[in-house]
Write a protein that binds this ligand. Structure first.
Ligand SMILES: [Fe+2]
Length: 256
C-alpha cells in the first residue's frame, strides 16, 4: 500500500500535467546556517523599504503565509497556509521551466519555485530566479484572492495559445504586472511586482522617480517591449488588482 507521502507526490504530479518531470522535493534540512543567515540578511535589507513602499496586499500576504526573517521558508509549510486562503501552493521545481510546463502549473495554482539560494557574493542580482526571488518576491501576493484568480487565469489563457506573437504579448503582460507591477494606493505608487519587491537597487530607482509610471492599459502593455537585463524605463500602475484580472480576461478574448 502506498504511503501518504507517495500518494501526495502522485497527486501533485497529476495536477502538474506536462510539468510533472520538473517537480522535486525541497530538502529543507539541508540548508546550512550560513544559508539561513544569507536569507536573513536579504530579508532584513528589503523590509524597511517595503514597509513603506510595498502595497498592503504584499505585506499582509507576507504575514499570512508565515514567512520568517531568520529562516529560509519550508515550502510545504507555506503551501499549507496558502491552500485554505486561495488554493495556491508554492511547488518546488528543478529550475527554469519550458513555457508549456510553466503555464500548466499556473493554471493548476501551483507556483514553480526554485529551492536554491544565491550566494553572499551575489546578494543584489542573480540572472536566474532563486528561492528569495520566488518566495519573498512572488508568493505573498498569491494569498490575495483576486491576484490569485488573475494568475491562474493568466496561466490558462497562455496554455491555450500557440501563436508566438500572442505568447510574446502575454509575456509582456506578465512582465509589467507580476514581475514589475505598481499599484496606486494610499495616495502614492506602491510596488507589488516581484522584480521590485526582491531587488533593492531596482526598487530604489523606481521610488526615486527613475522610471516613467504610466496608467495601466492593456493595449499599451501588450505592445511595450522590454529588456530583461536593463533597468525598466517605463512601468505601469493599476488602480486595483481587479484591473489585471479583467485585463487577462480581455486578452483571452483578443488573442488566440
Ligand atoms: Fe519572477
Amino acid at each position: 500500500m502506498a504511503s501518504l507521502a507517495t500518494e501526495k507526490l502522485v497527486a501533485r504530479a497529476e495536477r502538474a500535467g506536462v510539468a510533472a518531470p520538473f517537480l522535486i522535493e525541497q530538502d529543507w534540512k539541508a540548508y546550512t546556517p550560513e544559508q539561513h543567515a544569507t536569507w536573513a540578511e536579504l530579508v532584513g535589507r528589503r523590509m524597511p523599504q517595503l514597509r513603506e513602499h510595498a502595497c498592503r496586499e504584499y505585506l499582509d500576504g507576507f504575514e499570512q503565509i508565515g514567512l520568517r526573517e531568520d529562516l529560509l521558508p519550508d515550502l510545504s509549510a507555506v503551501s499549507a497556509r496558502l491552500a485554505p486562503r486561495t488554493g495556491w501552493e508554492s511547488t518546488p521545481v528543478s529550475g527554469f521551466l519550458p513555457a508549456d510546463a510553466f503555464f500548466a502549473m499556473l493554471a493548476a495554482r501551483m507556483f514553480p519555485t526554485t529551492t536554491w539560494l544565491r550566494s553572499r557574493e551575489s546578494m543584489e542580482y542573480t540572472p536566474e530566479p532563486d528561492i528569495f526571488h520566488d518566495v519573498f518576491g512572488h508568493v505573498p501576493m498569491h494569498a490575495h484572492p483576486v491576484f490569485a484568480d488573475f494568475l491562474e487565469h493568466y496561466g490558462k489563457v497562455c496554455a491555450g495559445l500557440t501563436d508566438a506573437e500572442d505568447l510574446e504579448r502575454m509575456g509582456r503582460l506578465f512582465w509589467f504586472t507580476v514581475e514589475f507591477g505598481l499599484i496606486r494606493q494610499d495616495g502614492g505608487v506602491k510596488v507589488y511586482g516581484s522584480g521590485l519587491i526582491s531587488s533593492h537597487g531596482e526598487c530604489s530607482r523606481v521610488i526615486a522617480g527613475g522610471s516613467e509610471v504610466k496608467d495601466f492599459d492593456l493595449d499599451a502593455v501588450l505592445e511595450q517591449r522590454f529588456d530583461t537585463g536593463a533597468m525598466q524605463p517605463v512601468l505601469y500602475a493599476v488602480e486595483s488588482f481587479e484591473q489585471i484580472y479583467d485585463a487577462a480576461k480581455l486578452a483571452e478574448r483578443r488573442l488566440g
